[in-house]
Write a protein that binds this ligand. Structure first.
Ligand code: PEP
Length: 255
């Protein structure tokens, strides 16, 4: 059975003390709500990881990094390795976010290396894919997403692929307040599952969690999560307020 997941992506927000406070609030909300069927994850800046991992109850909330280095260790000033991320108690790392792809030039080839480092260190990968607006308007969105999956992930063995969560994030919906319609999300999620089935077989595809990301909030989460192939959400802006994040977790829990 694939997991229902609600994952927050805090991006470059919150000082350390603010982050610890938010993690405490999220932990308390999750503890008080009846949502044990949902895997809750918070993706914090690197600098927060060690402290946030000490702050949350790992039975309630898992912690994710938002990136890791392509290399295992050595003279790479400013980089943070997957081993370092794992050593803080993290279970997950978000890779291939559109902001990393577009602002920091992360190509498929770079992502192949990052995914390998993450898996070597027993991190599960939340791997982001998604098209920009011009690609959707040119009806290229399926082709683009397929190519991101094929070129970024399909070098993995079936066993390795078991550690991958996919996040479909149409770039035009990220941080814009414009959400994909429920039908657009379902259509793409079903397509992604089919592409995975063609590569790894139906059983693995059925077991893969595919999250939706892009202006998902407390108001639209319910409708998005009602879709059979939408297994949860990767949440940016709305993960910065415990109240909103908790409402999204409730929406995921009830379907
Ligand atoms: C994201 O960046 O992963 C994201 C989904 O952001 P937002 O929810 O703010 O659109």
């Amino acid at each position: 059975m694939r997991k229902k997941i609600v994952a927050g992506n805090w991006k470059m927000n919150k000082t350390l003390s603010e982050g610890i406070e938010l993690a405490k609030e999220v932990n308390a909300k999750v503890k008080s709500q009846n949502a044990s069927n949902v895997q809750v994850i918070i993706g914090t800046p690197f600098i927060h990881l060690a402290e946030v991992n000490k702050t949350v109850d790992p039975a309630l909330v898992s912690v994710s990094a938002q990136n890791c280095a392509t290399e295992a260790s050595g003279a790479y000033t400013g980089e943070v390795s997957a081993a370092m991320v794992a050593s803080t108690g993290c279970k997950y790392v978000i890779l291939g976010h559109s902001e990393r792809r577009s602002y920091y030039g992360e190509t498929d080839a770079i992502l192949v290396k990052k995914v390998a480092r993450a898996l070597e260190n027993k991190l599960e990968v939340i791997f982001c894919v998604g098209e920009v607006l011009a690609e959707r308007e040119a009806n290229q969105h399926f082709e683009v997403v397929k190519s991101q999956l094929v070129n970024g992930l399909f070098n993995l063995t079936a066993e390795e692929f078991g550690n991958i969560v996919i996040a479909y994030e149409p770039v035009w919906a990220i941080g814009t307040g414009k959400t994909a319609t429920s039908d657009q999300a379902q259509e793409m999620h079903a397509f992604i599952r089919k592409v995975i089935a063609d590569q790894y077989g139906k059983a693995i595809a059925e077991n893969t969690s595919i999250l939706y990301g892009g202006s998902c909030n407390a108001k639209n989460a319910d409708e998005l999560f009602a879709n059979p192939d939408v297994d949860g959400g990767l949440i940016g802006g709305a993960s910065l307020k415990a109240e909103d994040f908790s409402a999204i977790i409730s929406a995921r829990s009830k379907h």
